[in-house]
Each structure stands twice: as structure tokens, then as C-alpha cells.
Ligand binder design. Structure first.
Ligand SMILES: NC(=O)c1ccc[n+]([C@@H]2O[C@H](COP(=O)([O-])OP(=O)(O)OC[C@H]3O[C@@H](n4cnc5c(N)ncnc54)[C@H](O)[C@@H]3O)[C@@H](O)[C@H]2O)c1
Length: 252
């Protein structure tokens, strides 16, 4: 069976690695993102990739995009809810209602909308699977990141509920909780901290990994491989699970 895979926010970062990994397995992949040029670049890289510009904070965009994805792919077997924003870094009493709402809208409500609109298609699939990207912030408290952490914990509850509701239709739902992911952005954060503190970038990096048993940042390709596995036939008995991939983080 050629899997038909719908991925949100896949023009860069983890979502792009997930798109690459599914495509490498021979899947038919549809990626949506708010970033049109990022989508064009990825489409140039992956032959046959279908794309659509979509702002997941807008319900009308999601409605159009899920329907278009199902049309383009001829159905949907796998949904990857990857879209998520970091939101404000501030103590709770300084987070504005607007900032809070935006994070909940993109990280939680968009996942709800994408999923609820995709379920009718997944029910027609012989092996429906939902993979949602939460975060280590979805299993720990995270000082100054209340909106992000709350939204990511909520995705765990959403996934566990989906698994119970949809098991009877042969649809599985699982949630991946990545730790700090290797990439340009975190590298810049380390460089900034090194400049301020007078430490080397390597020292800053090691200090940031003090809360992990395995002293490495997370390779986004490993997250993608986990998503592919969860959606594969070998994952057929795995549902309702939260899978941390964070070097055994102890706290945030
Ligand atoms: N990077 C990390 O360290 C990390 C760690 C744990 C969890 N996560 C989670 O993984 C997911 C992907 O993270 P990332 O770091 O790869 O993301 P990212 O910030 O690199 O963004 C990925 C994509 O999201 C798109 N996007 C942003 N707003 C959008 C919107 N409103 N509608 C549609 N697309 C939109 C961007 O254009 C971009 O292509 C998120 O849910 C994030 O919370 C990331």
C-alpha cells in the first residue's frame, strides 16, 4: 500500500524532515505551510510532493487544505500534526491574553481542526494513523513558557482520547515529545549565550544538556524516522502512546 500522508507546517524544521522521510519510503506526501517559498523549495527537492499554502491559525484555510489534500492524494492514511509555535517567554502574569490565545489556537485548536476534518478520510483508510508532535514541555512544567507547555500537555490528552475513540476504526493515534532539536536556531542561541557569558559554545551546549542522560541534541531525522515507524505496519499495535525523544531529559 502506498501511504497517503498529510503533514502540517512541513516547509522547514522537523516537519520537512518528516516529509522527506515519508517520501523516501515511497509515500505520497502532501505538505502545507504558511511559507510559500519554503514549500516551493521542498517541492523542487521531492519529486511528486504536493503542497498548499495554509495558515493553520485560520479555520477556513484548514478546511480548504484538508479537503484539497484528500482530493489530491485520493484519500488520507496518515496525518502528521506538526504545526506549533513557541509563543511568549514570560512569567504567567505577564503573558497577554492575545499571546496565550495565539499559542492555543495554533498548537492545540489547529491540531483539533486538522484531525477532526481528516477523520472521515482516515476511517476509509485500511490503516489510518495520526502522529502529533508535542514536546518535552508536554511532560514537564516549563518556567516562562506556560502557553507552550499547556498546549503541548493538551496534545497528549487529545491523542489519548483519539486513540480510544478511533481504535474501533483501525485508526491509531500517538504523540511524539521531542527534546531540544539540533539546528541553526539552537546553535544561534548557544552562540549568543557564549558571547554573554565568555564561555565557549561547546561549554554552553554541555551546560544546556545537563538535564539529559544522553548529552546530545536531538537529530530531527530521528524524530522523522519515529513518525514513519509509528505510522507503519510495524506500529499496528501502538496507539495512545506518548513517545519522548529527548536523550532522557529529567526536567526542563
Ligand atoms: N525545534 C525544537 O527544538 C522542538 C522541540 C520540541 C518540539 N518541537 C515541536 O515540533 C514542531 C515543529 O517544530 P520546528 O522547530 O520544526 O518548527 P519551526 O519553527 O522550524 O517551524 C516549522 C514550520 O512551521 C511553519 N508555520 C509557522 N506558523 C504557521 C502557521 N500559522 N500555519 C502553517 N505553518 C506555520 C513555518 O513556516 C515553518 O515552515 C512544533 O510543533 C514544535 O513545537 C520543536
Amino acid at each position: 500500500m502506498v501511504q497517503r500522508v498529510f503533514i502540517t507546517a512541513g516547509a522547514s524544521g522537523i516537519g520537512r524532515e518528516i516529509a522527506r522521510a515519508f517520501a523516501a519510503q515511497g509515500a505520497n506526501v502532501f505538505v502545507c505551510d504558511i511559507d510559500a517559498s519554503g514549500l516551493d523549495n521542498l517541492a523542487a527537492e521531492i519529486p511528486g510532493l504536493a503542497t498548499q499554502v495554509c495558515d493553520v491559525s485560520k479555520l477556513a484555510d484548514i478546511e480548504k487544505t484538508v479537503a484539497f489534500a484528500a482530493d489530491t492524494l485520493g484519500g488520507i492514511d496518515v496525518v502528521v500534526n506538526n504545526a506549533g509555535i513557541a509563543g511568549p517567554t514570560a512569567p504567567v502574569e505577564e503573558v497577554t491574553p492575545e499571546q496565550w490565545d495565539k499559542v492555543i489556537q495554533i498548537n492545540l485548536s489547529a491540531t483539533f481542526h486538522v484531525t477532526r476534518l481528516a477523520i472521515p478520510y482516515l476511517k476509509k483508510s485500511s490503516a489510518g494513523a495520526i502522529v502529533t508532535i508535542s514536546s518535552a514541555a508536554g511532560r514537564f512544567g516549563y518556567a516562562n513558557r506556560s502557553a507552550y507547555s499547556s498546549s503541548k500537555w493538551a496534545l497528549v490528552g487529545f491523542t489519548k482520547t483519539l486513540a480510544i475513540e478511533l481504535g474501533q476504526y483501525g485508526i491509531r493515534a500517538n504523540v511524539i515529545l521531542p527534546g531540544t532539536v539540533e539546528g541553526e536556531r539552537i546553535q544561534k542561541v548557544f552562540e549568543g549565550r557564549a558571547q554573554i557569558s565568555g564561555q565557549t559554545v561547546e561549554e554552553v551546549k554541555l551546560a544546556s544538556l545537563a538535564n539529559q542522560s544522553i548529552k546530545q541534541l536531538i537529530d530531527p531525522r530521528d524524530i522523522a524516522a519515529l513518525a514513519v515507524f509509528l505510522a507503519s505496519d510495524h506500529g499496528k499495535s501502538i496507539s495512545g502512546q506518548m513517545l519522548p525523544i529527548d536523550g532522557d531529559m529529567h526536567q526542563l
